[in-house]
Design a binder for this molecule. Structure first.
Ligand code: SF4
Ligand code: SF4
Length: 364
């Protein structure tokens, strides 16, 4: 997309006009949740958070893949890092995610564990070929955005006869988590700003239940200020008319039907299972697991790993923050024991985490 076109989505005059319109049309609080770490950062970075009318309450949801990875899953990959014949491959954003007893992959690496940061799951093919006597385990976290690429990597590994690559599969799917939030008695959400990249894969059909079953609106939005403001304004207009809709406002990237080829590859290799989410607990059908036909790649089967609900990190309120029940500055550890340099929970580690965004951008 050209720079000129992008600039139009940042036009301050247009933003001001929409903000004025929102102010004049609001007839009460609008509690909206964004479900994408990139939206979290965009809302703070652009200054929107401080410009929104007081009645528009911004909640950050379970939109950062690193943050929603359950404590027990974190402990499982930290345990795996200690095995002699294992090389763990991971995206860099998991390196500082804390497990219990202040463990993390960075410290494990300093203590001698073989951990490689990769930029694409496809890098693991080369790593596996270069280390035929070891098992290379890729930590598969993330939503529908990343799962198709990891499925594609497994397909390539099979084609190339690579036998020492495994995937520790902790993938999760977004729509089921939104339904869990809507049925949670602790939460109060009037509408969702839906994730752009996830929606590019799944389209908008899987979100339709939000309006049809729960009478709330949800809009797929881009990441520029005008994208976000227009979507919020639309939700206000619908509510004033007593309507609820699911719409796609990010048509320059997202098609209503998503990417069928990516979904085909994803569901050829993975199948839906119940999964644990940090702070939310088990959500039926919200995870992806490796299908039995592909279990030669399954690290859980290889190493006998089972994931069970364990205790949360002491003192950390990431779970409440991911559900929109608390804001980061309501955590007693925020900016005190917990800072980006010394994160206690994942929401302060990840660049897309709410606590890190609050720390970096929110003015007191
Ligand atoms: S992967 Fe995409 S949709 Fe998910 S948090 Fe990151 S930017 Fe948002
Ligand atoms: S400030 Fe730190 S300890 Fe508190 S919720 Fe955020 S990440 Fe967890």
């Amino acid at each position: 997309m050209s720079f000129e076109l992008l600039e139009k989505f940042r036009d301050p005059e247009l933003c001001r006009k929409i903000l004025d319109k929102m102010r004049s049309e609001l007839d009460g609080e609008l509690r909206f949740m964004e479900v994408c770490g990139t939206h979290t950062v965009a809302i703070f970075q652009s200054g929107l958070r401080s410009l929104l009318p007081e009645e528009v309450v911004h909640l950050s949801g379970p939109g950062c893949p690193v943050c929603v990875t359950h404590e027990s899953e974190v402990n499982a990959f930290l345990d795996l890092a200690e095995k002699d014949n294992v090389i763990l491959a991971t995206f860099g954003d998991l390196m500082r995610v804390p497990g219990h007893n202040s463990r993390n992959l960075k410290k494990a690496q300093a203590d001698g564990a073989r951990i490689k940061v990769v930029y694409s799951p496809f890098d693991t093919l080369k790593l596996a070929k270069e280390n035929p006597d070891d098992i290379v385990v890729f930590i598969g976290v993330g939503f529908e955005t990343t799962a198709p690429t990891i499925a594609g990597t497994m397909k390539m590994a099979r084609q190339q006869g690579i036998t020492n690559l495994r995937v520790l599969c902790f993938h999760k799917t977004v729509p089921t988590a939104l339904e869990a939030l809507l049925t949670d008695s602790m939460t109060s959400i009037d509408g969702f700003i839906l994730p752009g990249h996830v929606s590019a894969i799944i389209g908008i059909e899987p979100y339709k239940f939000i309006a049809e079953k729960y009478g709330k609106s949800a809009v797929v939005a881009g990441f520029e200020p005008l994208d976000i403001l227009q979507s919020l304004n639309q939700m206000i207009e619908w509510r004033n008319k007593g309507e609820a809709h699911v719409a796609n406002n990010y048509t320059r990237i997202v098609s209503d039907t998503g990417n069928a080829k990516a979904r085909e590859v994803m569901y050829e290799v993975f199948e839906p299972v119940d999964a644990l989410w940090r702070g939310i607990g088990e959500i039926p059908g919200s995870g992806l697991e490796i299908r039995p036909e592909w279990d030669q790649f399954d690290a859980k089967k290889e190493f006998g790993i089972t994931i069970e609900e364990g205790p949360a990190l002491p003192g950390c309120k990431c779970g409440d923050i991911l559900k929109g029940i608390k804001q980061p500055d309501q955590c007693p550890l925020f900016k005190k024991a917990c800072t980006p340099a010394n994160p206690v929970g994942p929401c302060m580690v990840s660049t897309e985490g709410s606590c890190a965004a609050y720390y970096k951008y929110k003015l007191d």
